[in-house]
Design a protein around this ligand. Structure first.
Ligand code: CA
Ligand code: CA
Length: 212
């Protein structure tokens, strides 16, 4: 069976944006990074009621920020919005039929955005910064460009090679990573449990590849 989460929610060519003085406030990095696909299993194999999945993302901005109303560096759920999409259309979690909302925001840079439930299985989850988040020094609002104002995370169990579909290539990539011939992007580091520990038990072993 081949399943996928289909088309990337990005605009071709949009990466070629020149940065110059006066560039609006933007997201410079996040953890997990933008466009990361969680390839691990979505539930406990011994207890299907126990669901797994990313439920928060840490976001770093290009400058110190403040809320437009309060003027405070403390951000809240009102400063972000979340939606799940597939091929550009709004969808829900493939298994539960539910979607996350913004729960709380902690930290003062980086900011950690906590969701009410995991990101959507079988889809992209987009966490977007709303226009009420401003550069604290200049008052400039967050950029309107998709690359600069949101983090998009996928959830597709077994997609070890991050090509947005599940196929035999993922088994090859699992073996490749364990042979240390593949280096995932930062912030992930060996032993790359984010890619290999399919059962999420902290141990990378044959049991994980057996589920691929
Ligand atoms: Ca794949
Ligand atoms: Ca394991």
């Amino acid at each position: 069976m081949r399943i996928n989460i289909a088309i990337l929610p990005i605009t071709p060519g949009a990466a070629y944006v020149f940065k110059f003085a006066g560039t609006p406030l933007r997201i410079t990095s996040s953890s997990p990074p933008n466009l990361f696909v969680d390839p691990l299993q979505d539930r406990d194999p011994s207890d299907s009621n126990t669901l797994y999945g990313i439920q928060s993302v840490s976001i770093t901005f290009s400058a110190a920020v403040k809320d437009s109303t309060s003027g405070s560096a403390t951000l809240t759920a009102n400063n972000f919005q979340v939606r799940c999409t597939k091929n550009g259309a709004d969808v829900t979690d493939l298994q539960t039929g539910l979607t996350p909302s913004i729960s709380t925001v902690t930290g003062t840079g980086p900011y950690t955005v906590h969701l009410s439930r995991r990101i959507c299985l079988g889809a992209w989850t987009e966490i977007r910064v709303k226009s009420n988040v401003l550069d604290a020094a200049s008052g400039t609002p967050i950029a309107t460009n998709d690359y600069d104002n949101r983090v998009v995370l996928g959830f597709l169990p077994m997609d070890v090679n991050q090509d947005y579909q599940v196929s035999g290539d993922d088994i090859i990539r699992w073996v490749s990573i364990t042979s240390e011939t593949f280096t995932p992007p930062p912030p992930f580091a060996a032993p790359y449990v984010e890619y290999l520990d399919q059962k999420r038990n902290g141990i990378i072993a044959g049991e994980d590849i057996n589920s691929l």
